[in-house]
Design a protein around this ligand. Structure first.
Ligand SMILES: [Fe+2]
Length: 258
C-alpha cells in the first residue's frame, strides 16, 4: 500500500490530519506530488513533515516559485511565495534552513514506478501538473468537453497511469476522453491492464471542488481509494489572516473549498 498526496500549500492542520489517517491505515509509503508550500501559513513545518515522511516529492509550481521564481502567478500568489521565501530565509537554525532549501532545490520533475498491483502490471508516472508540462499545465475536468483534443494529446504521453495534482480537483480522466469525480466512482478506481488513466489526487491543503475536506489517495492492490478528511480549518484561517503578506482570500477559499 502507498499513499499519494499533493498540494499541501503550507496547511499544517490539513497535513497532520492526512498523515494521521495514513498512519492509522498502516500505510508506510508516501509519495508527494508537490506544492508543499505557497498560499498557507506554515511552510517550514510542512516542508519538515514531507521531508521526514515522504519517500520522494515532485516539484510543483509553487515550490518552483519559492526556490526559483514565480511564473504566471497572480499578485496574491506571488506575494505568498515571496513571504514563504522570507520565512525560510529567516530560519536561525542553519541545519534546518539548509535542509529545507536543499530539498526544494533537488525536487525532481517526474518519477515512474513499475509495479505489480494485485494482478495488474502497472506503469505509474507521477508529475505535479501534466505529462506534457509537468509543472504548469492544468488538466481541468471540463477540458474533456471544451478541449478533448488536448486531453487526447496528453493521453498519448501516458503509458498506463499518471498521477497528478495541480488543479486541486480529485478524480480520474480516461482517454475516451471523460472525467469521473470520486463520488461517481464510489471513491475507488481500479487500475487495470490496458486502460489508461490520469488520476488527480486532489489537494491536501486547499481543495477546490466545493468540498472543503482535505483530499488524498491511497493505493491498495490495484485499487485507488479517494479519501476526504475534515480538519481544523478555523485554525488555518486564523493564521492566514494574522499574516499581512497573505491575502485573506487564501483563508476564505479554504472554507468554501474553491
Ligand atoms: Fe497547487
Amino acid at each position: 500500500m502507498f499513499a499519494v498526496l499533493s498540494d499541501i500549500h503550507s496547511n499544517l492542520e490539513a497535513l497532520t490530519t492526512v498523515l494521521a489517517d495514513i498512519e492509522k491505515r498502516g500505510i508506510e509509503t508516501i509519495y508527494c506530488l508537490g506544492d508543499v508550500v505557497g498560499y498557507g501559513p506554515n511552510p517550514r513545518e510542512c516542508l519538515d513533515l514531507i521531508i521526514d515522511k515522504a519517500r520522494w516529492c515532485i516539484l510543483g509550481n509553487h515550490d518552483y516559485a519559492v526556490f526559483y521564481e514565480p511564473t504566471n502567478f497572480n499578485y496574491a500568489a506571488e506575494q505568498a511565495s515571496f513571504w514563504t521565501r522570507d520565512v525560510l530565509e529567516a530560519e536561525e537554525n542553519k541545519q534546518h534552513c539548509d535542509r529545507r532549501w536543499s530539498f526544494l532545490g533537488e525536487m525532481p520533475m517526474r518519477r515512474t514506478l513499475k509495479s505489480k498491483l494485485g494482478a495488474t502490471s502497472a506503469i505509474m508516472d507521477f508529475v505535479h501538473a501534466s505529462p506534457r508540462r509537468p509543472i504548469n499545465e492544468y488538466i481541468f475536468p471540463e477540458d474533456v468537453y471544451t478541449n478533448p483534443l488536448k486531453v487526447r494529446l496528453l493521453f498519448e504521453l501516458v503509458k498506463h497511469t499518471c498521477f497528478v495534482g495541480h488543479t486541486h480537483m480529485p478524480g480520474v480522466f480516461l482517454d475516451e476522453p471523460d472525467f469521473y469525480p470520486p463520488d461517481e466512482l464510489g471513491d475507488v478506481y481500479p487500475i487495470i491492464d490496458g486502460e489508461k488513466a490520469i488520476i488527480n489526487v486532489g489537494s491536501v491543503g486547499q481543495p477546490r471542488d466545493k468540498n472543503n475536506r482535505a483530499s488524498y489517495v491511497y493505493v491498495n492492490k490495484n485499487e485507488v481509494h479517494f479519501v476526504r478528511l475534515q480538519y481544523d480549518i478555523e485554525t488555518t484561517m486564523k493564521k492566514i489572516k494574522a499574516i499581512d503578506q497573505l491575502d485573506n482570500f487564501h483563508a476564505e477559499r479554504l472554507l468554501d473549498g474553491r
